[in-house]
Ligand binder design. Sequence first.
Ligand SMILES: Cc1cc2nc3c(=O)[nH]c(=O)nc-3n(C[C@H](O)[C@H](O)[C@H](O)COP(=O)(O)OP(=O)(O)OC[C@H]3O[C@@H](n4cnc5c(N)ncnc54)[C@H](O)[C@@H]3O)c2cc1C
Length: 659
Amino acid sequence: MAKVLDSKIPAGPVPEKWKEYKAHQRLVNPKNKLKLDVIVVGTGLAGASAAASLGEMGFNVINLCIQDSPRRAHSIAAQGGINAAKCYQNDGDSVYRLFYDTVKGGDYRAREANVYRLAEVSNNIIDQCVAQGVPFAREYGGMLANRSFGGAQVSRTFYAKGQTGQQLLLGAYSSLSCQVNAGKVKLYTRYEMEDVVIVDGRARGIIAKDLCTGKLVRFSANAVVIATGGYGNTYFLSTNAMGCNCTAAVQCYRKGAMFANPSYVQIHPTCIPVHGDKQSKLTLMSESLRNDGRIWVPKKLEDAKALQAGTKQGWEIPEEDRDYYLERRYPAFGNLVPRDVASRAAKERCDKGFGVNNTGLAVFLDFSESINRLGLDVIMQRYGNLFEMYEEITDVFPGDVANEINGVKYYKPMMIYPAIHYTMGGIWVDYELQTTIPGLFAIGECNFSDHGANRLGASALMQGLADGYFVLPYTIQNYLADQAVWPKVSTDLPEFAEAEKAVDAEMDRLLKIQGKRSVDSIHKELGHIMWEYVGMGRTAEGLKEGLKKMHELEKEFDSNLFVPGTKEGLNVELDKAIHLRDFFTMGQLVAFDALSRNESCGGHFREEYQTEEGEAKRDDENYFYVGCWEYKGKGVEPELIKEPLEYEAIKVQTRNYKN
Ligand SMILES: Cc1cc2nc3c(=O)[nH]c(=O)nc-3n(C[C@H](O)[C@H](O)[C@H](O)COP(=O)(O)OP(=O)(O)OC[C@H]3O[C@@H](n4cnc5c(N)ncnc54)[C@H](O)[C@@H]3O)c2cc1C
């Protein structure tokens, strides 16, 4: 263990050196002395809530996003809901219980103190959003309604049909718009951060690209916050929006911000299975469906074979021949086990030949029992848009009656399979959400903070909004407090010029390759390598092979890429090429971390380390730490630095969802 990282970095006094700036007249404008500017990169739920809150608190905020409107951030895709410990159902929920479930759900690899704070502020988030007018679902009597998500035996998920992210984002956007109107937030849409600018060891600004004109623009501020989402698209096929990328995070990593737990990648059990090889995106069917949908495969191999051959349909298989394998294996949680557990169980059934579509890579999610019990109307009220989305993509409506056996109606089941969905790893942050670069903060999915090795459903929105509304606006002030006397730096400093020159040179390099392969064709190949060698089941041998293949493919990218057009004006292919360059760095980082962690925990499953029943086998003696990686150069193995985990309130034990 070379270095040990502490979760608390004191903000510290302004270095003596800073006084030199005054002496050299390098300040922007002495009149601006007491104005504090903060750059917030991203307008997803984390970024929009942070920018709105900081604006309201009096800071001058520069807020950027790559889309044409903050409302189009990936957060809008979130379907199922957001957790909070309100205990409206009177089912024994509490802050402690939400804290406990989240730590357990993360397979005891999260930082305990952060998770407790998250659970504590969860209730404030709901109050804040209701005050903004977010139309959460309500009971007949007017109380906010709840449903259950995986890894919990209480009902604590607040939702707005299957469009929770959209409604929450509209709420955050309305607050953001107030601050834009008040002149406290200046919004830059269609701007992409390409690099962070470090001056005397502190983050003092960014280089961004105006995506419409291609021009590079310099922004300076007293602090920089990145809220740029996760790196799931490294795998090419994922449930993430097409624009999701990790360029900002990877640039911060290259500039010295450590990257924590990259191997913790979430594979969501309920996605529409891959169909053919022309897809560029996968569609999630929300976990909320597991409240009323039951997951099964046939008990008999001959039935599975008939389903795969298309000579039999799911609704022709009677109850006694169905294996509700989650209910069988995990009686206490049934269909609502956490995602990592449910995904592995689906893979196990399919690997044994019980998969149900023509590829053998799917299981059924069936609403027959709940429709028979509650009626189609009730089910449609809960999941109408998800049923419609499923029908649009597959031409099958899960509310259609297909068969009747012994007086029981059987409805057409959905077919689902695990897919890449969320990344628990991210930029390392301390308790104050500050990275290892002073003045650089990371919030939302792009930091590693609260989910350990596996995120529970409906906890990402909770974390993003906790960070944006309730944590960062306060913790950033500990840093800014001793910055108040130092005005923001000039963008004429050589550090800005150098960073801009480097970004420009990179674009020239990519454009000049003029090879034969499109960005997408290489990205797709990278995705195949990631899924096969760094995906659901990993082995030391496979990870080494994956790394080798990634290096070879990266060489192909550097020598045979074709990017049409020029730097000037809109060039989507060039932007995608920059993203792919960073997916290569990210993919290798995921593999290095997975290789270094000789245990299985949460979303990181090393096949060598499993119990006899195929469950993840942790090694707390040797791996009870946050794995933080320091960049050492392109193609060079990064250095592992460990932040030991300390648990005071919760007893670390083996996860059990059986009883
Ligand atoms: C289909 C789907 C359904 C989901 N459902 C749920 C759910 O029901 N409950 C739940 O809790 N979670 C859910 N999640 C997860 C959750 O939606 C995300 O984790 C969360 O929205 C991430 O928010 P964020 O603000 O961190 O990032 P994002 O929403 O990804 O926003 C990133 C922002 O950064 C900007 N950006 C990125 N790179 C740059 C750059 N270089 N320069 C400038 N701007 C940049 C983007 O423009 C965007 O504004 C779901 C995820 C998916 C894919």
